[in-house]
Design a protein around this ligand. Sequence first.
Ligand code: PLP
Length: 401
Amino acid sequence: MLDHLKALPPDPILGILAAYKLDTNPRKIDLGIGVYRDESGETPMLESVVRAEKIMIAKQTSKTYLGPPGVTGFNSAISRLIFGEALAESAGDRIVTVQTPGGTGALRVAADLVQTANPGSTVWMSDPTWGNHLAIFPAAGLKNSSYPYFDKASNALRFDDMMAALALRGPQDTVLFHACCHNPCGVSPTPEQWEKITDLAAERGFLPLVDMAYQGFENSLEEDNLAVRLFSEKCPELIVASSCSKNFAVYRDRVGAISILTKRAEQSAAVETVIHSLTRKNYSMPPAHGPAVIDIILHDAGLESLWREEVKSMRQRINGLRGELVRKIAEQGIERDFSFLQRQSGMFSFMGLEVSEVRALRDQFSIYTVDSARVNIASLNEGNMDYFVQSLASVLSSSGH
Ligand SMILES: Cc1ncc(COP(=O)(O)O)c(C=O)c1O
């Protein structure tokens, strides 16, 4: 039965990583892979997580199954973070949050839920979007389509085009949004634009699905959930797929959550039973480790404030790097305008390079990124930024830009 299956081409990012690992140039830089890195190029565990893990191990007496909702203390605490304290208070009984294996797991459960509610319907996503979005929804039986989002010429949001496209959507449609730190382009709507987008959602009646994988990496934990708050206030229904991979740096522990808001508490309770039946036939029971650790952090004032400081320092480092990069590019005498990097947020931006320029960076300077020239800004540091900027200048001058 399996004999006819052919090997698939490697994922472009993993392919780049493999080539990077084989490269012996001591100055090599990997700008491809999407994890946070500190000044020494590492992806460390957070101190708050390390401390909470010790507490968790000391307290743990059994590894029996958790039951379909998972770690309930995690679910309620993460729900408060995702929706904000005020909404969690006022709309709390209309919100259901269930832990999932990572943000990807949350998106897949969301896809299964939409497929159950409205089989074969269309999920509209920004052009461009995270590659995995394109795969997850069709895998559940849904259709993909896109709305305009990023303008390559200006490196900014195509707001009017986006609004015109969304004005054509209606109650049969699901529309996927990135809450903040858009992956791959780094461009977010302004708060005023979010007001307009969420007004339009309420008017047109489409179902908003918000992917929040980087809460705390743009402005603050409180500000980065603006889209979730506005949709919740204006729309009768909302799905949020959130991830703790980045803001708790627990990537491999696979921690995320799906949150659903409906019109009535009874309806949310009904939807929760549907979620449990969907996960039961997928992975049966959720994993305990990561959510149990985060449950401890979010129920301990000292650990929570330590964690908040750690999120802040990751955010400040990325924002600082963006400013530093723009400054050094200008100092290097590169004429092309890269100032947009400072107006974008999160770990990712498109550098706006031609594929030939991306390849030249790789082949001549051992600087690795994907052909779309999406770079992970957090991979830069004091030790490699000058080399990156000098290499960029060299490649741009030989390509005549
Ligand atoms: C936009 C977006 N959504 C969701 C995720 C899911 O992350 P994870 O499944 O690792 O929690 C990611 C991770 O890179 C992402 O960039």
